[in-house]
Design a protein around this ligand. Structure first.
Ligand SMILES: Nc1ncnc2c1ncn2[C@@H]1O[C@H](COP(=O)(O)OP(=O)(O)O)[C@@H](O)[C@H]1O
Ligand SMILES: [Mg+2]
Length: 253
């Protein structure tokens, strides 16, 4: 198992947002984590990435116990996430947004940059080449010189994923990558995610939108912090409790 959570629990005061949650992800899989709004999906990502402290439980990644580790330590081990509210540099181009991600882990010193040394120029050439490769992979190469703020919603979301890929994740966690998209944007995004997996990245994708299941090898369903179902997409869509959870939430909405 590549990732495993055991009895993962998070309480916010009296509310148990994630309750005794066991899930696993094998290397190379795309696992869907679906559930209605407020089910605890983002909280699970926050726990796995160390953004919030867990109340109870254990998280194992790639054979290491990562329970209680800091966000930068977990990112350093290869778990990278995107955010539901997709933070981009609005006035940077698409290409600049991706290359900026590389600069989060600088390979050149300030002196290298100031004196425009060979090391600096070699690193910049490497970053450009890698950024263009990522943009090609996710289908954003055609818009590489557009400002991020001028992109349609679907492309902006994909740019968020491209920025995460610059960090070379072993495990990529996507928070609602197709939320609010039209059908064309959904196709574009799902194609980009499929190609990303083909390149060897393991993926967990959180979604409210059940259409995401077309992409998934396995699906885990969460409702009120509990795992209520897991299995193949087809099994899960036919599960009565899952249908009930979704109908219930649609009525409440
Ligand atoms: N920092 C927080 N403090 C208090 N309650 C929170 C916090 N974050 C999330 N919650 C609550 O936990 C529950 C799960 O939220 P969340 O994980 O964001 O759901 P989802 O991503 O599935 O829509 C919700 O009831 C939400 O209001
Ligand atoms: Mg959420």
């Amino acid at each position: 198992m590549f990732l495993e959570t055991k009895g993962l629990t998070k309480r916010f005061g009296g509310l148990t947002a994630v309750n005794q949650f066991d899930m696993y992800v094998n290397k190379g899989e795309i696992v869907g984590l679906i559930g209605p709004n407020g089910a605890g999906k983002t909280t699970l990502f926050n726990l796995i990435t160390g953004f919030i402290r867990l109340t109870k439980g254990q998280i194992i990644f790639d054979g290491k116990d990562i329970t209680g580790k800091k966000p930068h330590q977990i990112a350093g081990l290869g778990i990278v996430r995107t955010f539901q509210l997709n933070p981009l540099f609005a006035n940077f181009t698409v290409l600049q947004n991706v290359s900026a991600s590389f600069h989060l882990h600088p390979r050149s010193s300030l002196l290298d940059i100031y004196f425009n040394t060979k090391t600096y120029r070699r690193n910049e050439a490497y970053i450009l080449e890698q950024s263009l490769e990522i943009l090609g992979l996710v289908g954003l190469d055609k818009v590489k010189d557009e400002l991020a703020k001028n992109l349609p919603h679907g492309y902006q979301k994909m740019l968020g994923i491209a920025r995460a890929l610059a960090v070379k994740p072993k495990l990529l966690l996507l928070d609602e990558p197709i939320a609010g998209m039209n059908p064309d944007e959904i196709d574009f995004t799902m194609a980009g995610i499929r190609k990303t997996r083909k390149q060897g990245t393991t993926i967990v994708v959180v979604e409210h939108n059940m259409q995401i299941m077309d992409l998934c090898d396995r699906v885990v369903v969460i409702n009120f912090g509990h795992k209520i179902a897991e299995g193949l997409p087809k099994e899960v869509t036919e599960n009565k409790e899952v249908i009930q959870a979704y109908l219930g939430s649609e009525h409440a909405a």
